[in-house]
Design a protein around this ligand. Structure first.
Ligand code: MHO
Length: 212
């Protein structure tokens, strides 16, 4: 289930983290994902007591396959960043950078989007403590397929670390698409029956858009 390749981290707040988990999970170069709470100061936040934190997605990506600039493009293209409506802190549009280079790129892309769109409410801040969300939020779409999860042996640790879980959490809702799935299905290590199940769901949901 796990892929052993050097990765970098990226952390984004893009609204409800369920759909972002699926979006990035099936993106080439993203090795693993987890969702959680970050960007605030409250200690030990939970979904029902999130304090001043924001729902965020944390990605471990292989920079040889997908660049931070690519991820920033996906960030801007895939969420409501509050141009017209002021969003709750829970759904703050947020880039939490992990080094000076990420900071410079984030600020550059912000200025570019601002030139096109006008004043933005997106915040850019240094990454601080990240609190993983409760198990039931991790790979939320995948967890809707109980038998599949059981047959894959996904325990609570693997829900946050498994490459396969990240992939399936996207493919099952149609992200990534059939061609990409077929290209890597042999590497994923699914049984024929599991692969057939995923194909069926992928086909059913392809092009449907992500719901939260
Ligand atoms: N509409 C969903 C959003 C969940 S999301 C993880 C709910 O209220 O449960 O914020």
């Amino acid at each position: 289930h796990d892929v052993d390749t050097p990765t970098q981290k990226a952390t984004f707040g893009m609204g409800c983290f369920w759909s972002n988990d699926s979006l990035f999970g099936a993106t080439n170069g993203v090795v693993r994902t987890r969702v959680g709470y970050s960007g605030g100061t409250t200690k030990n936040p939970h979904y029902r007591s999130i304090g001043d934190h924001t729902e965020v997605i944390e990605l471990h990506f292989d920079p040889k396959v997908v660049s931070f600039a690519d991820l920033l493009d996906m960030f801007w293209a895939n969420h409501e960043y509050g141009l017209t409506t002021k969003l709750k802190r829970q759904y703050q549009s947020l880039i939490l950078y992990h080094d000076d280079d990420q900071r410079a790129q984030a600020e550059g892309s912000y200025r570019e989007v601002e030139r096109r769109m006008g004043p933005l409410r997106t915040e850019i801040a240094p990454a601080g403590p990240f609190y993983p969300a409760e198990d039931y939020h991790q790979k939320y779409r995948l967890q809707g397929h109980k038998d599949l999860c059981k047959s894959l042996g996904l325990d609570s640790a693997k829900l946050q670390t498994s490459h396969l879980a990240a992939r399936l959490n996207g493919y099952l809702v149609g992200v990534g698409g059939m061609n990409q799935f077929e290209k890597e299905v042999a590497k994923l290590g699914l049984s024929d029956e599991q692969a057939e199940y995923v194909r069926r769901e992928l086909k059913r949901n392809e092009g449907g858009g992500l719901m939260c």
